[in-house]
Design a protein around this ligand. Sequence first.
Ligand code: BGC
Length: 678
Amino acid sequence: MKKLILLVAAIALGTFALSAQSITKEDKDRAKALVGKMTLEEKIDYIGGFDGFYIRGIERLGIPQIRMADGPQGVRNNTKSTLFACGVASAATWNEEAMKEMGVGLGQDARARGVHILLGPGVNIYRSPLCGRNFEYMGEDPYLAARAAVNYIKGVQSQGVMATIKHFALNNQEYDRHHVSSDVDERTINEIYFPTFRAAVTEAKVGSVMTSYNLINGVHAAENPWLIRTNLKEAWGFQGFVMSDWTSTYTTLGCIRGGLDLEMPQAFQMNAEAIKPLIEAGIVEESEIDEKVQNILQALIAFGFLDRPQLDKNISEDNEYSRKIAYKLSCESAVLLKNEGALPLKSGKKNTIVLMGPNADVIPCGGGSGRVDPIHSTSLAEGMKSLGKNYVTKLYKDGKPDANTLKKAAAVIVSVGFDKTCEKENSDRTFTLPAGQDELIEYACQHSDKVIVVIYAGGAIDMSRWQDKVSAILMGWYPGQEGGQAIANILAGKVNPSGKLPMTFEKTLEDNPTYRFYYPVEARTKRGMSCKTAFYGEGLFVGYRGYERNGVEPAYPFGHGLSYTSFEYMASNTIKSGDGYDVVFTVMNTGKYDGAEVSEIYVGEKNPCVVRPAKELKGFAKTFIPKGKAAKVTVHLPKSAFEYYDVKSHSWTLNPGYFTIYIGSSSADIRLTEEVLM
Ligand code: BGC
């Protein structure tokens, strides 16, 4: 009997999962019938949110109130819940399965709280380390970000919860975000800034899209018909609904005509007072309002929200599955940037380890709407303590130990970085660490030759003052509630690090390809608004694409990450498969530890007819390989992996000819190459 109940429950869950993937004709017809029963007042009311995070219910029509919650790395808003590793950390795992499991965990946590719509993932491309929201996003490469987003969305939506991809589009800086126009050419938008959103729509069937605060080529995103109608709805076939970011709307007609469906958190522009006179004057048709209500309702119906309670009491708010996945993500996302023999830590009762720095006894998290309060968490200090007597750790919460204690220590761990007060939305952050942290590391280096730096941040920081002096650097991102345990286990060698950088770390800020273009240069007026312009002058050459073109050597390249073991690549081959190629090769674990290797596949065109980056990431695989063993790895490259966006035909195009396939351990550590004809 128990088995039967479980089976029925599994089938029911499977049905949600299936129905959440696409909006059917039946869903549309049912939504249309409901729209037909609504008064004009009800319809206008319906397209504006209320009480911060809700869509109104209409009891007489059986339409329930819909609850939303942030956000990318945990369910927020008046609740405590699992704090997962942040978005950029999930990309740093390069593990599609883990990305999806994070989505499943988030979906379960949402169901446990009756949340219908999760306001994540955030996927804006990392252009510069300064953007205050980089920690929520998924790095500098559109292919990697798309894989992370697609898996996250599929995971969330498999649990009967709608995901929301944000912030559409080009919200790549937080500086003065309401007033800066991101001015970008068509090809760059399509090759760099759109692919993650497009994959979320076409492949993951995301239920809703949130627009961004900024303007795009002079028009605010929430009111931009080229963005919402021409691209999202017409070209990519998006059938869900588009909501504004919180207070990012500016004119009533702009919202109506631009294609926005739902104004959040409330109807500042799309309210009865503003809309009714426009309808009476014949400027706006009632059918334009119907279209928005239809888009919202058909998506809610497809997700089953009109037919079942969203609260699932069978899932504990303190969800064991989510906790397990949060730990897995923390372990797999940490990136070992440098290791000159300091790690793993040597164990032994006489080996005292000194732990110091502002982030040693807290679990740091980025701030703003991405901040989540966990039910429980483990700091690095607690994680180190759990390792037992063979890792005697002295903890210096504030201040620093005297010189003698440092000198005697077997190793000194300095835990530095940002937190919710200084890395967050609505402002940018500094490239340098917060005041006093560089000095703390330098002090440690003066007294110990085994200094290990653990960094919590959403992206690159200035390491120039101490990078050469320290023995090891571990990038922990914002690792989530289990982060302290995961990092302690990595430091002790119980877990072998396997994360790789989803962005390039520059030596100096001036080296970043966007350096001259990041801050707005000019003010101008369009459609009655004054705004500033950030001209994306680096074009396609963001991140490693730019470093390679400019011949600038970074501190740590895109895709870099060390392991305690070593991997050798051999025996590559390409086999025609479908409309593209399978790339096949063997990776051998030649070191002393079991470990996982991320193999990265880049494609470069030999004789392009337009300017193209030297090579671009188009595939990857993460493979766990026991020490002494080898694994055969296959990565498929479809035809689309070889195409570029042609501005004449406004479409992705293949220029037939030869392409080089680079198989590497990072973007700068290419182990094998192949040549193929397309
Ligand atoms: C953020 C969104 C978030 C919303 C609701 C806004 O400030 O930009 O990402 O979902 O607030 O918290």
